[in-house]
Design a protein around this ligand. Structure first.
Ligand code: SAH
Length: 280
């Protein structure tokens, strides 16, 4: 396990050193190579010193406070996204002892991170129209399972939410977290599943998907994922190596695609398990 960040603002700190475009200022030094934040990061608040790991009234209130802060800072505009982020307690998905209600990515082991809350919000907002009840969602690099749980609640029991993560230990812990979360009944009913596999190949068994989210940065847009995107569907994927853009890929009804960049971001690489774990 890598050392936890020293402040709730470390993503913004990296943003300040890693990119030439103007960034929010923050004082702490960044020490971890894996993260997930956007250039829109402007929050340096910390609602809790952490340690909460079960959904108690206190943790629910802190999670609600986090969502309120994200709304106030303009990072959440959609009522539906606010609602799902309030419903899924982030505290259940971060490792014990990590500050859960801070707008920062957190190490989750295996050279991976849980994305910052504002990044989860951004991806949920970008995909919202493609996460209607009954729709199908694929979460590649599902990590903690936080977003997979949000997707499952949005698409509901008639829909399907699928997480694909290549570290089996993370798959197991994400399923445990989901079981303690508001998405547990959807997991039990079989409309949510998480699989240990190479997400670059997608999950063809349940394709095509209305929404595909990729939680790790790919050098390009994997063909298998494009093929598994439904016409009319949308994929959100960080593309690049050191410099990355969060790309939004819309597939037209005739199968052609439109791609635009939403933000400069920094995610862990979408890679092989061996490459990810080589210095772990
Ligand atoms: N959205 C997740 C992000 C986790 S970090 C969250 O907030 O929890 C990105 C994840 O992608 C890591 O867990 C990493 O193990 C996984 N990953 C990287 N390459 C992968 C691949 N080829 N197939 C599946 N998962 C991959």
């Amino acid at each position: 396990m890598l050392a936890p960040p020293r402040s709730g603002c470390y993503a913004a700190a990296l943003a300040a050193v890693a990119f030439s475009r103007p960034r929010p200022r923050c004082s702490s030094l960044f020490q971890h190579r894996s993260l997930a934040f956007s250039s829109r990061a402007s929050l340096c608040f910390n609602l809790s010193s952490g340690m909460e790991h079960f959904s108690t009234k206190g943790s629910t209130d802190k999670n609600k406070g986090l969502v309120e802060q994200l709304k106030q800072y303009g990072m959440i505009k959609s009522a539906k996204v606010a609602e799902v982020m309030q419903t899924v307690d982030r505290g259940l998905f971060v490792p014990e002892g990590s500050p859960a209600y801070v707008d920062s990515p957190m190490p989750i082991g295996y050279n991976a991170t849980i994305s910052a809350p504002h990044m989860h919000a951004t991806c949920l907002e970008l995909l919202e129209e493609h996460l209607q009840p009954g729709m199908r969602a694929l979460d590649v690099g599902s990590g903690t399972g936080y977003l997979t749980a949000c997707f499952a609640i949005m698409v509901g029991l008639q829909g399907r939410a699928v997480g694909v993560e290549h570290i089996p230990e993370l798959v197991a812990s994400s399923i445990n977290s989901i079981k303690r979360s508001a998405a547990s009944s959807i997991l039990n009913e079989g409309s949510l599943s998480v699989h240990a596999a190479d997400g670059r190949k997608g999950w063809p068994e349940l394709a095509p998907y209305d929404a595909i989210h990729v939680g790790a940065a790919s050098p390009d847009i994997p063909r298998a994922l494009l093929e598994q995107l439904k016409p009319g569907g949308r994929m959100v994927i960080p593309v690049g190596n050191f410099f990355q853009d969060l790309k939004v890929v819309d597939k037209n009804d005739d199968g052609s695609v439109r791609v635009h960049s939403e933000a400069s971001v920094r995610f862990v690489p979408l890679t092989s398990r061996a490459a990810q774990l080589q210095d772990y």
